[in-house]
Design a binder for this molecule. Structure first.
Ligand code: GDP
Length: 195
């Protein structure tokens, strides 16, 4: 898959009632606020402005659905872990996400963006756990790998792997350097059966 995916925006859903019809296949992106989720989506789809890179972390509480092709979707889940949001917002976020993972029959894969310097956090584990419960495969994109040297990046990946959930591949990733982008696109294409 070498061409741009040209996804088009479908809807920003604030409740399950607003989710598009649960047919076909979709792949979701989750990640802590500021972990580089929007940058990763934009790099993988080669669309600069698709997912807005966040100026105000933690504000987006919508699940954004994009159509890549007939009945093939990308899903941008709301970022989490932003310290300044209220408990009410956190509960709302959790409820919406949990319902998404519980209900969504068309979900075929989950990418979690993890800042390589922070490693996998508690909320990342919650996401990965929900995906596992739903029988959905997941991969972690270790973002901002350009902030470390190549050898430090590899060492850090091994350290993260030591406590990562089983069966979750860890991919060194950098949006500006386009590191890991082709591999992530290949994984996306496989999950969405685009080949
Ligand atoms: P989001 O909140 O998870 O969607 O994160 P963004 O994609 O908005 O990125 C948060 C900040 O990290 C922005 O300033 C980005 O430019 C920066 N960023 C994202 N990915 C990378 C990366 O791979 N390398 C570097 N150096 N910076 C990145």
């Amino acid at each position: 898959m070498t061409t741009a995916l040209a996804p088009s925006f479908l809807i920003g859903a604030r409740s399950p009632k607003q989710f598009p019809a649960d047919t076909g296949l979709e792949v979701a992106f989750a990640g802590r606020s500021n972990s580089g989720k929007s940058s990763a989506i934009n790099a993988i789809t080669q669309r600069k402005g698709l997912a807005r890179t966040s100026k105000t972390p933690g504000r987006t509480r919508e699940i954004n659905f994009f159509e890549v092709r007939d009945d093939r979707r990308l899903v941008d889940l709301p970022g989490y872990g932003y310290a300044k949001v209220s408990a009410a917002v956190r509960d709302e976020w959790r409820g919406l996400l949990e319902q998404y993972f519980r209900r969504r029959r068309s979900l075929r894969g989950l990418f979690v963006t993890v800042d390589i310097r922070r490693g996998i956090g508690d909320l990342d584990r919650v996401m990965l756990g929900w995906a596992e419960d739903a029988g959905v495969p997941a991969a972690a994109l270790l973002t901002k790998a350009d902030k470390l040297s190549r050898s430090a990046g590899l060492k850090r990946r091994d350290d993260i792997a030591a406590t990562a959930p089983d069966g979750v591949p860890l991919l060194l990733f950098s949006a500006p350097r386009r590191l890991g982008v082709d591999e992530a696109r290949a994984q996306l294409a496989e999950w969405l059966a685009l080949a």
